[in-house]
Design a protein around this ligand. Structure first.
Ligand code: FES
Ligand code: FES
Length: 159
């Protein structure tokens, strides 16, 4: 089996896995990156979301061969406990989540939004997160957290 080249969170690797294997399976079971979650497995809930070339992608339905050589970012690539991404800090500040299962997908979707649009309206945030389901109903706090993160990032950019 020909190894498939991957770029995950800035690290270039080659992995000998069948090209039809879902990206989520490779991230979680081969690379130990368990941030992205398995929910529906049917590209319906968004908890498996990762970024591929900066765009949110549901990794449960994306075959590995389709992302060969492309830049993949998972929640593990956003920040660290010592240096959290502004989105992670804002979600903590707003206590935006209950069980947290949806949050890795929501955070990467929100990152894609803020990378394209540093000052989104609440409607634009809601539309960007439309593919991410939160079963705990934390939507209002999640929207507030993304607004807070946008402010933090704009202030940081101004400093
Ligand atoms: S697990 Fe991928 S969309 Fe639900
Ligand atoms: S916080 Fe539980 S699913 Fe969103």
């Amino acid at each position: 089996m020909e190894p498939i080249p991957l770029n995950v969170n800035g690290n270039t690797i080659r992995i000998a896995v069948d090209g039809d294997t879902p990206l989520l399976d490779v991230l979680r079971n081969h690379l130990g990156l368990t941030g992205a979650k398995f929910g529906c497995g049917l590209e319906q809930c968004g908890c498996c979301m990762v970024l591929v070339d900066g765009e949110p992608v549901k990794s449960c339905g994306k075959p590995l061969s389709a992302v060969a050589g492309r830049a993949i970012v998972t929640i593990e690539g956003l920040g660290t406990p010592e240096r959290p991404h502004p989105l992670q800090q804002a979600f903590l500040d707003e206590q935006a989540g209950q069980c947290g299962y949806c949050l890795p997908g929501i955070l990467v979707s929100a990152k894609a939004l803020l990378d394209h649009n540093p000052a989104p309206s609440r409607r634009e945030i809601a539309e960007a997160l439309d593919d991410n389901i939160c079963r705990c109903g934390s939507h209002v706090r999640i929207l507030r957290a993304v607004e807070r993160a946008a402010r933090l990032m704009r202030e940081g950019a101004a400093r």
